[in-house]
Design a protein around this ligand. Structure first.
Ligand code: DGT
Ligand code: CA
Ligand code: CA
Ligand code: ZN
Length: 601
């Protein structure tokens, strides 16, 4: 087997870590890591390039030393430098790097001082106090590592939607390519409901020859294992370990099937009880009269729900909570959609840790049809590399002014300012006062205790220049647990101070999470859906944030960046204590639907 680019990149990543464990030169370590980054992004397969006798040293970040090692790996299957380095550190030390919060130095210490080589071992040592006794560790850090391990485990074999959806889309595209007779192919299950993690992907299809479609799926190159290959259902596992269930149905009865397999289970149970009271029973093929025994078939979900006297219920709402009550009263929300967004208020450029020039980010935002975009590079703080000093921020502002002449989209001057550990802002007040949009975020000291973190966030909200709190909980799905704070107190403070809260659409974050966004909306806190883009391609990736807002029952009127530019400017120009009033007024004068003010739950 030839090593893939990802495997080669991982080897250099590990090599960098091994050298760091051994205290080798920072220069070499950096070079290996840079090589890993480069290789990760390459589209040409390196192993093939080696076989074809191509020179690798032309690739940026790949010098002679790296190129030699790639050759060695591809031709011999091993890299001697790597094997030697591995033999010089405690067994299993590399495995510990998978624990968020543990770097090479700590992994080395854990191996040499405690003789631990597994994640479980570290968990135990964190729980029984041994970990805290290590030099430079301490109780707080040990607790934080324990929480990280638990956060990773809490995913329990589920896949973040940010990985599951692209995988499902690529499978669906391949199926469409191979079967021109497909008339319907759509996700069902948790993926269609946009849950933040996915147990398995469910697909529902209608096609002329269902068995062939099943075979197509089983034959796809990314399929690692075929679990079921029957006439109505095919189940496979695709790399790197995601199950996909494909079910096929008939054109005239697919409505019931799609509804059934979209779930959620709780929604279906409540709907079945509801139907029973009407003398009807539900299954995946149709609706049966309990007395008559007659089966009715439905070509789509709208007809299916209509037979029960209900409007179609958007999948994001099918949680088995209040959606049936709302549907019965005909007051389901008119959920926000991507097309309602008119601006993005959290965008990074190469001035801090983004990878594109400002101009590229602005041009991309304009091409998406946005009316406004705020450039919010990081502040200088400790938490983040390459943050802007007040001087660079001033220089950036000049650049923005010049760019504005060439663009119709309104370019707003902003910053993503660190909320320091003590709750103060990372820029002086007079610097912040100059900006149009201030996104204030926590980037360090994330494991502070509940009271401290609550006070820290609220004091940021009380700052007169802070427009939005970014990624409130700082969680990274499956990697970093949310910080601990009093949600209700924070949401109240957001309302009282007129501070908006961000729904960070980055699929690694989804922060606010759905339930928190739901509560924020109920309390009338203005919400913002931001991409937090670090690359121009991410500007169009707001769909995960839209999904969170929809799962939170948000209509366009709940979303600050769904406002037209003039109204948005009115909001940010109002002094903070007046902002909520302004927001409520704008919504009222624009006569957007108020019928279902807060949702019933
Ligand atoms: P997941 O895969 O854990 O992320 O969650 P789902 O909701 O995709 O669950 P899954 O894949 O087991 O089943 C897909 C849908 O099929 C589920 O949402 C509802 C329906 N379903 C499956 N099994 C049952 C069942 O035993 N009773 C009922 N009422 N519905 C079921
Ligand atoms: Ca599923
Ligand atoms: Ca399933
Ligand atoms: Zn941030």
């Amino acid at each position: 087997m030839q090593p893939t680019n990802d495997e080669i990149a991982q080897l250099f990543q590990n090599l960098g870590a091994l050298l760091e464990m051994k205290g080798d030169s920072a220069f070499k370590i950096r070079a290996y890591r840079r090589a890993a980054d480069t290789i990760h992004q390459l589209t040409v397969p390196l192993a093939q390039a080696v076989h074809d006798g191509q020179k690798l040293t032309g690739i940026p970040g790949i010098g002679k030393a790296i190129s030699d090692k790639i050759h060695e790996l591809v031709t011999t299957g091993k890299v001697r430098t790597y094997e030697r380095a591995k033999s010089e550190v405690p067994e299993g030390a590399l495995n510990l790097l998978a624990i968020p919060g543990i770097g090479p130095k700590t992994a080395m210490l854990i191996g040499t001082e405690l003789g631990i080589s597994t994640v479980e071992g570290v968990e135990q040592a964190a729980a029984d106090g041994r970990l805290a006794t290590l030099p430079r560790m301490g109780k707080r850090a040990a607790e934080s590592i324990l929480r990280h391990i638990q956060a990773t485990r809490s995913m329990g074999g589920r896949t973040p939607i940010g990985e599951a959806l692209p995988a499902a889309e690529s499978v669906m595209a391949a199926l469409r390519d191979s079967d021109p007779d497909i008339t319907l192919l759509t996700p069902a299950g948790s993926l269609r409901r946009w849950e933040e993690t996915i147990g398995d992907v469910d697909l529902v299809a209608v096609t002329r020859q269902p068995e062939e479609l099943g075979r197509c799926l089983a034959d796809l190159p990314e399929v690692r294992e075929v679990l079921v290959n029957g006439s109505r259902k095919t189940s496979v596992i695709v790399e790197p370990g995601l199950q996909i269930d494909l079910r096929t149905g008939e054109t005239n009865s697919i409505g019931a099937m799609l509804q059934y397999f979209t779930g959620s289970q709780q929604h279906n149970i409540r709907l079945r009880d509801f139907a029973n009271r009407m003398g009807l029973s539900l299954n995946e093929y149709g609706i049966t009269g309990i007395e008559s025994g007659e089966v009715e078939y439905f070509a789509d979900e709208t007809a299916f729900y209509a037979r029960l006297g209900l409007p179609w219920i958007p999948p994001e709402l099918r949680a088995g909570m209040w959606e049936l009550d709302a549907a019965q009263q005909n007051c389901l929300p008119q959920l926000v959609e991507s097309r309602h967004l008119r601006g993005d208020l959290h965008v990074h450029s190469e001035w801090s840790d983004g990878s594109d020039p400002i101009e590229t980010m602005v041009a991309t935002a304009a091409s998406l049809g946005y009316e406004y975009v705020a450039l919010t590079d990081h502040s200088q703080g400790l938490g983040v590399a390459n943050g802007l000093t007040p001087e660079r921020l001033a220089a950036q502002r000049e650049v923005l002014l010049q760019l504005q002449d060439r663009f119709d989209i309104r370019i707003l001057a902003g910053s993503e300012v660190d909320i320091r550990a003590d709750g103060r802002m990372d820029f002086p007040d007079e610097v912040l006062a100059e900006l149009d949009v201030v996104v204030a975020s926590v980037h360090n000291a994330m494991s502070q205790d509940r009271d401290t973190m609550t006070r820290r966030i609220i004091s940021a909200m009380e700052h007169p220049s802070v427009t939005i709190i970014g990624h409130l909980s700082t969680r990274l799905l499956g990697q970093r647990p949310p910080s601990d704070f009093d949600l209700e107190a924070v949401l109240q403070a957001a309302r009282d101070t007129g501070t908006a809260l961000e729904i960070n659409a980055s699929p690694a974050r989804l922060d606010l999470r759905d339930t928190h966004a739901h509560r924020a909306r109920e309390l009338g806190v203005p919400l913002v859906i931001n991409t937090d883009s670090h690359h121009h391609s991410e500007l169009s990736a707001g769909r995960f944030g839209i999904a969170v807002a929809r799962r939170a029952w948000c209509e366009p009127r709940h979303i600050l960046n769904a406002l037209p530019l003039d109204d948005f400017l009115r909001f940010i120009r109002a002094p903070k204590p007046d902002r909520l009033k302004v927001f409520d007024e704008i919504v009222a004068t624009r006569n957007l639907s108020h019928e279902f003010a807060t949702g019933p739950g």
